[in-house]
Design a protein around this ligand. Structure first.
Ligand code: KIV
Ligand code: ZN
Length: 523
C-alpha cells in the first residue's frame, strides 16, 4: 500500500512572511478555509509571538478550522510558547511548532550559544510545550548546513522531550538534490527514537530546487513535506504544494506514496492566494500557471486532439482548472439568468452563497451591460474580488479626471466616510491616477507610500476589464488592494481604496502592529 505523506502548509506563515505578501485577517481566514477544503494535514497559521495581530489571526483560524491541524510557530522561548498556547486554545487539533538553529554560523553569530546550550534549550522548550499540547514539532533551523550527527542528537533530545515530528529545513536553499536525499536517509537512520516521530522536510527555493529536494527526501524516508501554495515564501520562496502533490500523484509508480489532498481544489487555492497577496504566478509555472495546459504548437495540438495523453501527463480538471479555461470562451451574457450563473460558478469550482451570491450576480449583470461578452475569467475575478474584504471605512461616491498632454492632470473624488459624511477633494498630479490618489490621501488625512501599482487586463478583448493591484505601506506595515472595472481609472481607485480600507480597519482594531523587538524575530 502507498505510504501516506503529510502535507504541512505554511502559506500563512512562511508565505505571508515574504516581502509584500502580508494578508489581513479576513483574507487569512479565507485562505485557511481553502486550505482545509484542500485537505492539508497541517496548516501553520502564523507566529503568535511576533505581533498581537498574528496572535489574533492564529486564534481566529484555530477557532474555525476543524479538519486540519493548526500550528503556531515559536522560538525556543517560554514567552513564545505561552503566546502559541493562547492562540491555539480554540483549536481542535493544535500543533506547537518550536524551532532553534543548529548550524555553526547561526549558533555562533545569531544565537550566541554553544552546541550544548542548543541541546539543552531544545529539550527544555519541547518539555515546556508538551505540558499543554501533545502534538509538538521541533525544527532545527538551517539543518542542512549543520553537522548531521549534531542534528541527530538535537532531534533525539527533542523526541525524548516529547516531539512527535522533527523537521529538517534547508533554510537557505543550499542543498543539491542527491545530497539532500542522502542526508535525509542518514538522519532517519541515525536519530535516536526516530521510530517514535515523523521526519519532516522544509525546503527553500534559492537555487530553484525546493520541490526536487523535497521529493528526494520523500524517496529517502521523509514522512511530511512543508510547502506553500504557489511556492510563496521568504526570498525565492518555499517548495510549492501543488508541484509536490501532483508529482507524487502523477508518479505514484515511482514514489509509492500519496497525500490526502483533494487535488481538484488546487487551482482555486492558487487563485485565492494570488488575489489576496497580489503576487501573480508566472505564466509557465507548473500545474497552476496560465500556460500550464495550453498547447500552442500545431503538432502538439494535433496530438492532443487525437489523444490528450500525447502531451498531457495530468488533466487540467484533475487540479480544478475548469474545462475550456484556456480558451477563455464567452459563457454568459446580459440575458443569462441567475440559475445559469450559479451553474457556471459550480463548473468553475467557485463558491458563492447567500448575500455574496446576490452581490456577485448584481455585479455580473452590471458587467454584462457594459461588456458584450462575460468570460470565465471575468466571473472568476468578480467572485475572487468579493471575498475577504474588511468593513469599509471609505466608500466611493464618484470621481472624475481631466488629463492631456498640454495641461497636466487633475482628479476629483468624493468619498463617503462610514458615518455617512461625504468629503470631496480636487488635486493636480503627474497623471490622472497620481492626481486622484493624492486627492484620496488628502481626504483620509494620511499619506501612505505606494509601493506597487500594477494594471492588467482580465481578458484579451477590446472591452476587457482592467484589474489593478496596489500595495501601500504606512508606519512599517503593508496592505494590498485589488480593483476591477471596465474603466482603468476606476479599477485603480477601487484597488487603492481597498488597500486604504484594510489599513484603516487594522489601525481601528489596534491589531497587527509589530513591535521593533518582535518584528525582528530571527527566522
Ligand atoms: O526556513 C526555516 O528554517 C523555517 C523554520 C522556522 C521552520 O522557516
Ligand atoms: Zn522557512
Amino acid at each position: 500500500m502507498a505510504r501516506s505523506i503529510y502535507i504541512f502548509d505554511t502559506t500563512l506563515r512562511d508565505g505571508e512572511q515574504a516581502p509584500g505578501c502580508s494578508m489581513n485577517l479576513p483574507e487569512k481566514i479565507d485562505v485557511a478555509r481553502r486550505l482545509e477544503k484542500l485537505r492539508v494535514d497541517v496548516m501553520e497559521a502564523g507566529f503568535p509571538a511576533s505581533s498581537p495581530g498574528d496572535l489574533e489571526s492564529v486564534k481566529a483560524i484555530a477557532g474555525i478550522v476543524k479538519d486540519s491541524s493548526v500550528a503556531g510557530l515559536c522560538r525556543s522561548l517560554e514567552k513564545d510558547i505561552d503566546a502559541a498556547r493562547e492562540a491555539l486554545a480554540p483549536a481542535v487539533q493544535p500543533r506547537v511548532h518550536i524551532f532553534l538553529a543548529t548550524s555553526p554560523v547561526h549558533m555562533e553569530y545569531k544565537l550566541k550559544m554553544t552546541p550544548d546550550q542548543v541541546l539543552e534549550t531544545t529539550a527544555a522548550a519541547v518539555r515546556y510545550a508538551k505540558k499543554f499540547c501533545s502534538d509538538i514539532e521541533f525544527s532545527a533551523e538551517d539543518a542542512f548546513r549543520s553537522d548531521p550527527d549534531f542534528v541527530c542528537r538535537v532531534f533525539g533530545a527533542a523526541i525524548t522531550a516529547g516531539a512527535v515530528t522533527v523537521n529538517f529545513p534547508d533554510t537557505v536553499g543550499y542543498a543539491m538534490t542527491e545530497e539532500f536525499g542522502d542526508r535525509i536517509r542518514y538522519i532517519k537512520e541515525h536519530t535516536p527514537g526516530m521510530d517514535r516521530a515523523r521526519l519532516s522536510v522544509h525546503c527553500h527555493n534559492d537555487l530553484g530546487l525546493a520541490v526536487a529536494n523535497s521529493l528526494a527526501a520523500v524517496r529517502n524516508g521523509a514522512d511530511q513535506v512543508e510547502c506553500t501554495i504557489n511556492g510563496l515564501g521568504e526570498r525565492a520562496g518555499n517548495a510549492s504544494l501543488e508541484e509536490i502533490v501532483m508529482s507524487l500523484r502523477v508518479r505514484k509508480d515511482l514514489f509509492d506514496a500519496d497525500t490526502r489532498i483533494d487535488a481538484a481544489q488546487i487551482y482555486a487555492a492558487s487563485r485565492l492566494v494570488t488575489q489576496v497577496t497580489g503576487v501573480k504566478v508566472q505564466p509557465n509555472k507548473a500545474v497552476v500557471g496560465e500556460n500550464a495546459f495550453v498547447h500552442e504548437a500545431g503538432i502538439h495540438q494535433h496530438g492532443v486532439l487525437a489523444n490528450r495523453a500525447t502531451y498531457e501527463i495530468m488533466t487540467p480538471e484533475s487540479v480544478g482548472i475548469p474545462k475550456n479555461r484556456a480558451a477563455n470562451r464567452m459563457v454568459l451574457g446580459k440575458h443569462s439568468g441567475r440559475h445559469a450563473f450559479e451553474e457556471r460558478l459550480k463548473e468553475l469550482g467557485l463558491q458563492a452563497e447567500g448575500p455574496l451570491l446576490q452581490q456577485v450576480f448584481a455585479q455580473f449583470k452590471d458587467l454584462a451591460d457594459k461588456k458584450k461578452t462575460v468570460s470565465d475569467r471575468d466571473i472568476e475575478a468578480l467572485v475572487m474580488g468579493a471575498v475577504a474584504s474588511v468593513p469599509e471605512t471609505w466608500t466611493l461616491d464618484h470621481w472624475a479626471v481631466n488629463t492631456g498632454s498640454a495641461l497636466g492632470a487633475s482628479g476629483t473624488i468624493r468619498l463617503r466616510y462610514k458615518d455617512g459624511q461625504a468629503k470631496k477633494m480636487v488635486m493636480l498630479g503627474d497623471g490622472p491616477v497620481h492626481a486622484i490618489f493624492q486627492a484620496i490621501n488628502r481626504i483620509i488625512g494620511k499619506d501612505p507610500e505606494l509601493e506597487l501599482y500594477e494594471i492588467g487586463a482580465i481578458t484579451g478583448d477590446a472591452s476587457a476589464q482592467g484589474e489593478t493591484m496596489v500595495k501601500i505601506s504606512w508606519e512599517g506595515r503593508r496592505w494590498n488592494g485589488r480593483g476591477i472595472s471596465t474603466d482603468i481609472i476606476e479599477s485603480s481607485i477601487k484597488a487603492y481604496l481597498a488597500a486604504i480600507n484594510a489599513m484603516e480597519w487594522e489601525f481601528a482594531a489596534g491589531a497587527g502592529q509589530r513591535t521593533a523587538a518582535e518584528g525582528a524575530a530571527p527566522l
